[in-house]
Design a protein around this ligand. Sequence first.
Ligand code: NDP
Length: 335
Amino acid sequence: MKAWSYSEYGGVEVLKLENNVAVPEVKDDEVLIKVVAAALNPVDFKRRFGFSRPLIHLFLQGNLLESKSMIIVPGYDVAGVVVVKVGSKVKEFKEGDEVYGDIIEKAVDEPKQIGSLAEYTTAQEKLLALKPKNLDFVQAASLPLAIETAYEALEKAGFSEGKSILVLGGAGGVGSLVIQEGQSRPKSMVHRVRHLAKQVFGASKIAATSSTAKLDFVKSLGADLAIDYTKENFEDLPEKFDLVYDAVGQCDRAVKVVKEGGSVIVIAGAVTPPGFRFVVTSNGEFLKKLNPYLESGKVRPVLDPKGPFPFDKVNEAFSYLETNRATGKVVIYPI
Ligand code: NDP
């Protein structure tokens, strides 16, 4: 099959489009998926740079992967069709099902060798869900890792209706979904009639930071207050928040704006108490839980306007993601 892969750590230049990669074997609890669309995440390029490997490897092997004959096919997020191979213990999915998911359960600790930037990939059935009916493959592929990171972390922090939240990095893949999941309840009666469906968390107030050009965008997602980080420091605001969701790496500043008893979810950068580090665990159950919100349009996929990038432009898509300026998700389609 065709697949993007690398056999040494490094920048975008180590990525190669290969024509002859073996289709991965299916384990008992896995299905084989014909990939229709895939999405990129920063963890893909952090892993490609070798950031998470032990220092001893760096010392002993330089840029080489742990085994000389090894290749890594990047890609966590997938949307595609289950094809003929279904493991013997698989109960839920059958040939022809349209599925999506983050196919790597533990993003950093147990990365998979063959990811989703390939014509075919395998995934454990517990990591998948049926694609929501109203979403196409591009939209579905954009969601899993980011939406699960948003949801699981908010749940872990005990976020609940009526609390306030500040999202650092509101325009990014994760931040744009945190804002939508947090969404405040509509205040007027007219709105109440029109938006009967329950919000996911129902915050009392959502504030979010972005650069000047993206302020209207973060408001359109549901932020009540958009803070231009190029012009003001969020810690100078007069108000404090029950929770800060830090998708940028500014926990040292974030702790100054939490209310007493509040907390900071840290998904990037260093942690300062009372902040806590959160690392996503992929789980199809979260996608199933969120399905009603996706099908009702309460939570919408956010696609970067520069995409989707075709399969032969994966390297350009990574270069773009690595500028740290993407808006929502960078998707690869068609594959
Ligand atoms: P993105 O690449 O989608 O983030 C890009 C966005 O970040 C841009 O829209 C940019 O907006 C915004 N941004 C950059 N700098 C700032 C700033 N100083 N203040 C506010 N916004 C800023 O990344 P993701 O959302 O996918 O991921 C965010 C981080 O979280 C990454 O480091 C990623 O590795 C990590 N992560 C961790 C996970 C975990 O489980 N721990 C899971 C998922 C992601 P603008 O152009 O307006 O600056």
